[in-house]
Design a protein around this ligand. Sequence first.
Ligand SMILES: [Zn+2]
Length: 276
Amino acid sequence: MPESHPAPLRSLKFLGTAGARFAVSTQIRHSGGVVWRLGDFTIWVDPGPGALVRALSSRPKIDPSRVDALVVTHRHLDHSGDATAVVEAMTRGGFARRGTLLAPRDALEEEPVVFRYAQKFVDRRLVLSEGSRHELAPGVVLETPLAHDHGVETYGYRLATDGLVAGHVIDTFWMDALPAAYAGVDLLLVNTTRAKGRDRRYLHLGADDAEALIAAIRPRLAVLTHLGMQLPPLAAQAAAQAISARTGVATVAARDGWLLDLDQLPVSGGAAGGPG
Ligand SMILES: [Zn+2]
C-alpha cells in the first residue's frame, strides 16, 4: 500500500517475523513483535531485541507513547528483550502513568522481563494464566486459553473485537488441545519456527504442525510468523503456498514490516491477500 494512503482503522503490523535464537541474533529477520491497532486501541505483543527501533523507523511510524497495552507471552529474549524499553516509551519514562502490562507471573516476578521499577509505570499490571480473560477496553477482550508446552510459562492468545476474532498460537511443542483452544477464529497466526515440528529438543511448532492447526481451525486467513533459520523468505512462502493448496485455507508467510488490514480478510477459502 502506498504510504500516502490513510492507515486502516484496524490493522496488524509485523514489526518482526524472526523466530528463535539464530534468526534473532543475526537479525536476518527483525524481532519487533506485532502491533494490533483496533480503532483507538493499540496492543504491542512480544517486543524482542530492537523492537523500539523498528517501531520508530516503521512507515507509518508507530508512536510508542500511544500504545495502550503491552503483552509479553513468555520470558524468552526474542519475545521480551525490549519490553522495558517499550514500557518506558509508553509511559514517557514513567512520568505519564498509563497503559496495561500483561505477562505470565514468572515473567513479572521470577525473572522480571520488565524491570521492576518500570512495572510501576503502567496503570494496570495483569497476570496471564491458563483460561484468563481480560477486557482491555470496551469491546476488546484478550484471552489466554491454554498454557503452552515451551519450557517457561507461555501463553498464546485470542483477541476479540467488534466482529473479528484473531488467534495467535505462540511458541509451543505440539499439543492435541491446540485446535480446540484456538477454534473459531477469523485470523490465525501461527509461530512456525521450524520446517518440521515434534522434536522435543526445540519445543517449537513446524510447518507440518501449522498445517494441522490450519486444517482443523479453517480461519479466513492464516499467517505463518516467528520464522526460524529453516524458513527464510522463499522457503516460508513456499510452505505457506503448499498449506493453502492442501487445506484450501488462504495462508501466507509474514514478512518484516507487513501491515495487514484486518477489515480486508478473505471471506473464506479464497485466494490469499499476501504480504507481497
Ligand atoms: Zn520462546
